[in-house]
Design a protein around this ligand. Structure first.
Ligand SMILES: Cc1cc2nc3c(=O)[nH]c(=O)nc-3n(C[C@H](O)[C@H](O)[C@H](O)COP(=O)(O)O)c2cc1C
Length: 351
């Protein structure tokens, strides 16, 4: 790997070249209708954009933009402590890579192989001290699960999210995840709206509380339910025994016209803070965005599209550079808003 690649900008410049025609690697990744990735869903594959009009994708970005940070500077100086404990693992930041799968959405083998993509996310995150989550798509099977292979290579340092396939297949994936000693497993319940699975004849289902209970009791690992966008679903996930929820609209890829995740987060926090781990994703691009989500009550966050670009740009190193940048910008934001540790972050810092 080229030694001259040092900054996020270096990585993104390479990604911009490699993703020509797919993603503009713009200064703002906002799901605006005029972006290269948008509108493909009116006939072509979804690509890296949002579904339909792109409103859900755009709403994630806009919801975060509604908040600003309150500077509080007249007090003692300090270096913020950004450390976060995730299911017993000490991470340097409350920021992990989202479960993204399917390089065919961003150029496929011409750009990066599924294997290299998974390895770069999992190993790049590990090099930065944090955790890469891995997803699931129509090209994955029990025999060929690229995400779990990468997590196995990292000694289990990863989280595996399985699409809401039939119960027996999910349980087999969970079983394999236990074998490789994953940190946690889960399903993206919003994956029942997956465009990719539907167009490749891979059935995915809505899941009942009983289904979720069965999945939770089938494994010793903590179970994460991803794709929660209502208080009702958050309670259902908790009642099913999930250890964590991810408030997510899948980056705006499964249902047009959903609100931004930052709009939904406070209502779920109000009901369930302290009763279940609350994680959020969607439109988070810098540590400043991370701080806003933490101030709204999330415990940690996931990064989707920016990690795709980091991985395409410079593989393992690109992902590491990106995660270290996220930690640095979070630390800067915490110092300027007078938050010494994650526990000190409250909604008081939002204006
Ligand atoms: C190309 C692409 C593929 C994705 N594949 C999955 C997947 O396999 N499983 C999953 O849980 N989420 C998947 N997601 C959603 C992400 O995990 C995450 O929720 C979303 O990207 C966060 O929004 P952001 O991209 O604005 O950061 C995918 C997202 C993209 C853009």
């Amino acid at each position: 790997m080229n030694k001259d690649i040092k900054t996020v900008e270096d990585v993104r410049n390479i990604a911009r070249e490699k993703l020509k025609g797919i993603c503009g690697v713009y200064k703002e990744c906002d799901g605006d209708p005029n972006r290269l990735c948008q509108g493909q869903s009116y006939g072509r594959a979804l690509g890296i954009g949002g579904i339909g009009s792109g409103t859900s994708f755009n709403n994630n970005f806009l919801a975060l933009r509604k908040y600003n940070l309150k500077m509080k500077l007249i007090n003692e100086d300090f270096s913020p402590d950004t450390r976060y404990n995730f299911f017993g693992k000490e991470l340097p930041m409350p920021i992990m890579a989202a479960s993204v799968a399917g390089v065919n959405s961003f150029g496929g083998e011409n750009v990066i192989s599924e294997e290299d993509f998974c390895r770069s996310v999992v190993l790049g995150c590990r090099n930065a001290g944090t955790i890469g989550w891995r997803g699931d798509t129509y090209t994955y099977s029990l025999e060929n699960s690229y995400g779990l292979n990468a997590i196995a290579e990292a000694g289990g340092w990863g989280v595996k999210i399985v699409k809401p396939r039939d119960q027996s297949t999910i349980m087999k994936f969970f079983n394999k995840a236990e074998e490789v000693r994953c940190v946690a497993v889960g399903i993206d319940v919003d994956g029942c709206g997956s465009y990719a699975m539907a167009t490749h004849n891979k059935p995915v289902y809505k899941k009942s509380i009983e289904d979720l209970k069965e999945l939770v009791s089938s494994t010793n690992l903590p179970v994460v339910i991803k794709g929660i966008m209502s208080v009702e679903d958050a309670f259902a996930a908790k009642d099913a025994g999930a250890a964590a929820i991810v408030i997510s609209n899948h980056g705006g890829r499964v249902l047009d016209h959903t609100p931004g995740t930052a709009e939904i987060l406070p209502s779920i926090v109000e009901e369930l803070k302290g009763k279940i781990k609350i994680i959020v994703d969607g439109g988070i691009r810098t540590g400043y965005d991370v701080l806003k989500m933490l101030a709204l009550g999330a415990e940690s966050v996931l990064i989707g599209r920016d990690i795709i670009r980091a991985s395409v740009g410079a593989g393992i190193k690109g992902v590491q550079i990106h995660m270290e940048y996220m930690q640095k910008t979070l630390a800067k934001a915490m110092r300027m808003t007078n938050c010494k540790s994650l526990q000190e972050i409250t909604s008081d810092i939002l204006v």
